[in-house]
Design a protein around this ligand. Structure first.
Ligand code: ZN
Ligand code: ZN
Length: 148
C-alpha cells in the first residue's frame, strides 16, 4: 500500500518527502555500496523519481560512470543511489527515513559480494546502549539526558 514518507540526513539540512509504493526494501551487498556507506551491506528502498521531492537539494557524488549518489556534505549521511542516464526510479537509504521500521527486506542484491559472517547476527549476544555507562555518562554530562 502506498504511503507518504519523509526522511533526511543526520544534521537535518537535507530533507525529502516521497510516496513509496509499498513496504518493500532490499539489501545491496555490492562493493561500491559498501564503500559508499561504510556498512557490511546497505538497505535501500526503491522509489519513483516522480514521487520524490527534495526539500533541500542534496549533494551528489558521481560514484561510477553509470551512477551517482546523493549525500549531505555537512554531516556525511549517504542518502541513496541513482543511475545517471534514463532513470525513472532511484534508491533511498532505509536508515535515512524517519520511520524505517515501516519497511521489510524482500531480497538480497549483488549476492556474489555477500560477507557471509554478517548475513545473520541475530544469534549474537546483545547489549543495550542505554545501559552502557561509557555512553550514558557522556550524554548526561553533555546535555543532561539520553538521546531519543
Ligand atoms: Zn546533513
Ligand atoms: Zn550496491
Amino acid at each position: 500500500m502506498a504511503q507518504d514518507m519523509t526522511g533526511g540526513c543526520q544534521c537535518r539540512r537535507i530533507r525529502y518527502r516521497v510516496m513509496v509504493d509499498n513496504d518493500e526494501a532490499y539489501l545491496c551487498h555490492c562493493k561500491m555500496c559498501r564503500h559508499a556507506t561504510g556498512g557490511a551491506s546497505i538497505a535501500f528502498v526503491s522509489v519513483s523519481l516522480a514521487a520524490l521531492s527534495w526539500q533541500t537539494e542534496p549533494d551528489w557524488y558521481r560514484s561510477s560512470p553509470i551512477a551517482e549518489r546523493p549525500f549531505c556534505a555537512t554531516c556525511g549521511t549517504p542518502l541513496g543511489f541513482r543511475f545517471v542516464e534514463g532513470a525513472t526510479r532511484m534508491d533511498i537509504t532505509l536508515g535515512s527515513f524517519d520511520e524505517p521500521g515501516f519497511f521489510r527486506p524482500v531480497h538480497n542484491y549483488a549476492t556474489e559480494s555477500i560477507l557471509p559472517a554478517w548475513q545473520d547476527a541475530s544469534h549474537l549476544p546483545g547489549y543495550r546502549s542505554d545501559q552502557n555507562p561509557n555512553v550514558t555518562d557522556r550524554w548526561m554530562k553533555a546535555v543532561g539526558k539520553l538521546p531519543d
